[in-house]
Design a protein around this ligand. Sequence first.
Ligand code: ZN
Length: 96
Amino acid sequence: MSARDKWENYKEHEDKLEPCKYCGGTARVAGTEFNGKIFYGVFCETPKCINNTSEYLSRKRAIEEWNRKQRGEKKKYSTMEDVLEVWTRWEREAGQ
Ligand SMILES: [Zn+2]
């Protein structure tokens, strides 16, 4: 397997998103740039469905968070990184 195939496999696996638990719709990852950093969030593509995740500095993390939420699992993360991300989001929202 070439490095490129491995990468494609990895990407495919990484982006495996559970369907939306409310409408069964397809989910998508979106990155937003803010202060030179990219924040990743996952949202449901169905118009008017507001199911989404918080935004994270890690794309993988946003995907994990989405999948966890759709399966109805309890929050798995409670690290300093989480707290910093929440603060960053608050600052961002306050600045708007
Ligand atoms: Zn939905």
